[in-house]
Design a binder for this molecule. Structure first.
Ligand SMILES: [Zn+2]
Length: 278
């Protein structure tokens, strides 16, 4: 199942807190990257690895074990590389709306997590694909995403666009950054028209705000480094759990859990509730 996984052994993750976007040359390994002897496995996007051509028919096939038209799901069978360098090169903002109506993360009011961000759009507004890629899923989910699309990109990301009023692309279609892929809407579990936008690697959700700055309509960074150490970890509350017990179990602190979930130390936690613990 690891067939085709391509790893570079060239870059150390800690070197990738590069500061300003301007300091990173396009199309070249960042100067600040420190070659290491360690076995740290780093996934290099195709354009950073001259040996790899971008293949839109099989986007990020070196990271994903398969291509299917099944749902949004976690690829449990694939171990995450130590880090995945997500290049923002060639990105397009999915909507020109600058108004975020709901952030990523745990929503105490609803007792569940929100794996994307919501951006205000009107029904009929054009929604554009964020990068070149291939449409993996085009479905309708009455109680969830409504009309939605999942698109896989050569940089290793999958992006999800939910609550559309109309889809303009079909499964397995190749798309280019900025192509109109759907129209904004209010389908599925949604109150008021908006775009629900998710970014995932191997099915693991990442806060899109780490990569896309909707209020300023630009990318936050040239490269976002995602990996085992930056991965968001969630915990389902079990009977008898307290915040202190959960913190101990997950090698974190109560303060950190409160911060990550926007709750207070005195918050009532319920069995079955999901909390972000890292
Ligand atoms: Zn949403």
């Amino acid at each position: 199942m690891y067939k085709g996984l391509v790893y570079g052994l060239l870059t150390v993750v800690t070197a990738l807190t590069w500061g300003t976007a301007a300091s990173v040359a396009q199309d070249a390994m960042p100067e600040h990257a420190i070659p290491v002897q360690s076995m740290a496995m780093v996934f290099l996007p195709a354009h950073l690895n001259p040996g790899l051509a971008v293949d839109l028919d099989n986007p990020a096939s070196f990271l994903y074990p398969e291509w299917s038209n099944d749902y949004v799901h976690r690829f449990e069978e694939v171990e995450l590389p130590d880090s995945v360098i997500i290049s923002m090169k060639g990105y397009c903002m999915p909507t020109d709306s600058t108004r975020i109506t709901d952030r990523y993360g745990y929503r105490p009011s609803r007792g569940r997590n929100h794996f994307g961000i919501d951006i205000k759009v009107n029904t009929g507004d054009t929604i554009r694909v964020a990068f070149d890629g291939k449409v993996r899923v085009s479905r309708y989910e009455r109680r969830g995403y409504g009309h939605y699309l999942v698109i896989r990109h050569p940089n290793g990301l999958e992006t999800v666009y939910g609550h559309l009023s109309k889809k303009l692309v079909v499964e397995n279609q190749i798309v280019h950054a900025g192509d109109p892929i759907g129209l904004g809407g209010n389908t599925g579990r949604s109150t008021g028209s908006h775009l629900h936008f998710e970014t995932r690697v191997l099915g693991n959700a990442i806060n899109p705000a780490y990569m896309f700055d909707f209020p300023h309509q630009k990318a936050v960074t040239d490269y976002y480094v995602y990996g085992k150490n930056t991965r968001e970890i969630y915990y389902t509350v079990k009977k008898g759990d307290t915040l202190s017990r959960i913190a101990n179990r997950n090698e974190t602190t109560i303060a950190n859990i409160c911060k990550l979930n926007g709750i207070s130390r005195n918050a009532v936690i319920k069995v079955g509730q999901t909390l972000r613990v890292n």
